[in-house]
Write a protein that binds this ligand. Structure first.
Ligand code: SF4
Length: 337
């Protein structure tokens, strides 16, 4: 396709297009760049026009109906509320340490680690972590057992039952107004204001650069990716920083961006599950083709063990696979796991 060269600046900048006499010759597989440029330009003109009309006429005319909605848009979260775990039902107490390592965003990892370390969290921290855990599928009984195991080491079991258990049942809609509270979105977490001794909030916004670097290093973010994350933080793009972290630790893109801690969790679990499926298939094929000894030596079993959070899924796949049980003792895989 022959177009004026200024319509495809990205292709020109990256020298991916042939140019002659002011025209660029765009191949069909590059046409997306052309469409994106046109779309951006139309969108930008339309936004300017709408903005002018909005301030001169519409805002006043719509002051009771549209204006409050539009003005709240920049501070409201409009995505799913994650009040009920949908795709990944239930995490159990046995899995919680493993999934915290693989699938919790930094804000929740930090609270989780502090709770394990201090056996205590202040109210806002309990709310932020407690509602997140509810959203990822921790049942009320397990939640009570989880918080009690930690808090009783600091304040004793009796005081926990008297002072703290009520708040947990309240979060699950079992006390007071019986509201089913929803987990906090990134916007809400980012706009919180943690004080001294608090651990809630968004680390990308509330940590010092030094602490953030240390926390990201612990998550396994490589040096190069870490600099990109810090760059986003310096420009106050906290959710983009979190998205880059997600991509670095999962070695996978996250095109939707991170808008909610529970979304981070569910995207992460999807990736973990597909990795286990792939490893499981590799293991299965190796067993069927080369026998159990080679499969064991291949190290696939070791990789599977790393994904403890979805171990049950892999085990039940083993159980359901007739081929595997026919050719080798099922216990072999389970023992390896
Ligand atoms: S951007 Fe959102 S998910 Fe990521 S750490 Fe901050 S609050 Fe948590």
């Amino acid at each position: 396709m022959k177009v004026p060269f200024e319509e495809v600046p990205e292709l020109v900048a990256s020298r991916r297009v042939y140019i002659q006499k002011g025209h660029a010759y765009v191949a069909m597989n590059q046409v997306v760049s052309l469409v994106v440029t046109q779309f951006r330009s139309h969108l930008s003109k339309a936004l300017v026009l709408t903005n002018r009309k909005w301030t001169s006429i519409i805002r006043e005319q719509e002051k009771d109906r549209l204006t409050p909605i539009v003005e709240a848009l920049s501070t409201s979260y409009l995505g799913p509320d994650y009040s009920q775990p949908k795709e990944y039902a239930e995490i159990s107490l046995n899995d919680i340490n493993q999934v915290a390592k693989t699938s919790f965003p930094l804000c929740m990892r930090h609270l989780f680690e502090k709770l394990r370390e201090d056996h205590h969290l202040k109210h806002a921290g309990r709310m932020q972590l407690g509602l997140f855990l509810k959203g990822v599928g921790l049942k009320l009984d397990d939640a009570l057992a989880f918080w009690k195991a930690e808090f009783s080491r600091k304040v004793g079991a009796e005081r926990f039952d008297k002072e703290y258990a009520y708040g947990i049942r309240h979060n699950y809609g079992k006390e007071g107004k019986r509201t089913d509270y929803t987990p906090y979105s990134c916007q809400k977490v980012i706009s919180s204001t943690p004080g001294v001794g608090d651990h809630h909030g968004c680390p990308y916004r509330h940590f010092s650069e030094e602490n953030l670097r240390a926390a990201l290093g612990k998550m396994g973010v490589s040096n190069r990716a870490l600099e990109d994350v810090i760059d986003k933080v310096r420009n106050r793009h906290y959710q983009l920083a979190c998205t880059l972290t997600f991509e670095a630790v999962h070695a996978s893109s996250c095109d939707a961006g991170i808008n909610h801690p529970n979304q981070y969790f569910s995207e992460s679990q999807k990736i973990m599950e597909s990795k286990v499926n792939l490893l499981y298939k590799t293991l299965l094929i190796t067993y069927v083709v080369a026998g159990p000894l080679v499969a064991r030596a291949s190290g696939a079993c070791d990789h599977l063990r790393e994904f403890g959070a979805v171990k049950e899924a892999a085990v039940s796949q083993c159980r359901n696979s007739r081929k595997l049980t026919d050719r080798m003792p099922f216990g072999c895989v389970v023992l390896e796991l």
